[in-house]
Design a protein around this ligand. Structure first.
Ligand SMILES: Nc1ncnc2c1ncn2[C@@H]1O[C@H](COP(=O)(O)OP(=O)(O)O)[C@@H](O)[C@H]1O
Ligand SMILES: [Mg+2]
Length: 226
């Protein structure tokens, strides 16, 4: 079963800047896929389309049971609860502890306090950072910050995690830790679409690779390991 399907998807910014053209591909439930391509190739635009932060100008995106052709504005929050997202710059709230950065994402959805506590503790344990609960983002390393961001992205147990260059600000050691964590989560069934321009990383892990160039999908290589 596909968790994500794009049919003939195109995106034009400001009526003249073609960011994406004719994208056709699917991602299966539980699949791990790298999205590569140079800066400006359209990686972030593609992730924004999947998140319904931008709308396609041509074609249809089916994701997690929602279709861009019929998606209503009020359904967007429901769609986003099926998706997790992480970024190169982590986007943690600087005035909140690590624990509250995760708990906040649950509180805004109106979950009861006891459930927020249990789930937040569980997620921080899953990313190995329960002992950093009381630390503020500026007291965390880059790798730790990204692990907190991953915990936050997992609050709704997403079916698909979108990662926009999540290791772009990290050294090799932290990069490997983040990849291992994403692999652990992927093994539990969550599909991952990870944009990166770290070709060495992509080759080392050997998953399927989608390659964008100037908005076109110019490659779809099957992975050589699991
Ligand atoms: N909001 C926007 N308005 C106009 N052009 C944009 C906007 N966002 C991105 N672009 C352009 O679309 C192209 C693809 O950008 P982007 O998706 O950010 O690529 P990548 O993430 O691969 O670096 C680039 O040429 C970029 O300048
Ligand atoms: Mg980008």
């Amino acid at each position: 079963m596909a968790i994500l399907t794009l049919k003939n998807v195109g995106k034009v910014y400001n009526k003249r800047w073609v960011a994406l053209s004719d994208l056709d591909f699917s991602i299966a439930e539980g699949e791990f896929v790298f999205l590569i391509g140079p800066s400006g190739a359209g990686k972030t635009t593609l992730l924004k389309l999947i998140l319904a932060q931008e709308t396609p100008d041509t074609g249809i995106i089916d994701v997690a049971g929602f279709s861009s052709s019929t998606l209503k504005h009020e359904e967007i929050p429901l769609l986003r609860r099926k998706l997790g997202v992480i970024f190169q710059d982590f986007k943690l709230l600087p005035d909140m502890t690590a624990w509250n950065n995760v708990a906040f994402a649950l509180r805004v959805c109106g979950y009861p306090g006891k459930m927020v506590k249990t789930r937040t503790d569980e997620l921080l344990a899953q990313v190995g950072l329960l002992h950093k609960s009381k630390s503020y983002p500026q007291e965390l390393s880059g790798g730790e910050s990204q692990r907190i961001a991953i915990a936050r992205a997992l609050v709704h147990s997403p079916v698909l995690l979108l990662a926009d260059e999540p290791t772009g600000n990290l050294d090799t050691h932290a990069t490997d830790e983040i990849l291992q964590l994403l692999l652990d989560i992927n093994r539990q069934g969550m599909a991952v679409l990870m944009a990166t321009h770290d070709i060495e990383l992509v080759e080392r892990f050997g998953f399927r690779v989608l390659e964008l160039q100037e908005g076109y999908l110019i490659g779809d290589r099957k992975g050589n390991s699991v």
